[in-house]
Design a protein around this ligand. Structure first.
Ligand code: CA
Length: 240
């Protein structure tokens, strides 16, 4: 069974898109609109994660780096204004506010709070994609390079090195490492990895996460960097 799954992982036509694909977070509580936003931006070649409320958005923005956020204002729990306030003053990610309100004062408020663009619903998806592309062209060319001890993770080039030695990682392995690094020693659960590194069709009962973790560990070499926290998940260890 295990062997079959490993073969499937190797053969799957995964890892689509260019390695420098921009990462987009879609924050929209309307399920149907969210689905369309995801397919429109994915079709344009971006890597997309979608959430349906403000708390999930805040958590997501803390967990991983994003280039562009498509942010609805009317959201359950924590609204878009709050998220915008949290992001205020940050150069990354760029924010496009999408709002049903469509009133001039909302637009002014959004831009005042640091949004890069504003789209009133309803809008054409071609226009949305055009605006994302405009922001993407403007996006800084040097996203953060993260260092943890002898490990260096270059998010822009999707490369990792350990003690200066390049570590060749697949897209999934890199995604897992990136999340562990972003958690900064905190525990990341298998469910979180599955949700963010794999696509929505990943089987939550497969051992694909643990298989990827073992390959990542092997490639990173010793001393061991990825620790299993029984019953909780994984974390980066031993890094000053
Ligand atoms: Ca809404």
């Amino acid at each position: 069974m295990r062997g079959v799954e490993i073969v499937a992982i190797h053969n799957a036509p995964m890892d689509p898109g260019p390695p420098e694909a921009l990462r987009i977070l879609v924050v929209e509580d309307d399920r149907a609109l969210r689905a369309v936003l995801v397919s429109a931006t994915e079709a344009a070649g971006y890597e997309v994660v979608a959430v349906g409320d403000g708390l999930a958005a805040a958590r997501e923005l803390r967990a991983r780096p994003y280039d562009v956020v498509l942010l609805d204002i009317g959201l359950p729990v924590v609204d878009g204004w709050h998220i915008l306030g949290e992001l205020e003053g940050r150069r990354i990610p760029s924010v496009i506010v999408i709002s049903a309100r469509g009133e001039e004062r909302d637009k002014v408020r959004a831009l005042d709070l640091g949004a890069d663009d504003y789209l009133g619903k309803p809008f054409a998806f071609t226009e949305l994609v055009a605006r994302v592309q405009a922001l993407a062209r403007r996006a800084p060319a040097a996203p953060p390079v993260v260092t943890r001890g002898d490990l260096v993770v270059d998010r822009a080039r999707r490369r990792a090195t350990r003690s200066g030695r390049p570590v060749a990682l697949t897209r999934k392995e890199f995604g897992v490492l990136e999340m562990l690094v972003a958690a900064d020693g905190g525990v990341v659960s298998a469910e979180e990895l599955l949700e963010h590194v794999w696509d929505a069709n990943a089987d939550p009962f497969s051992n694909t996460v643990s298989v990827t973790i073992s390959r990542l560990r092997r490639k990173l070499g010793s001393p061991a960097l990825v620790e299993t926290v029984v019953g909780s998940g994984y974390r980066l260890c031993g890094q000053p």
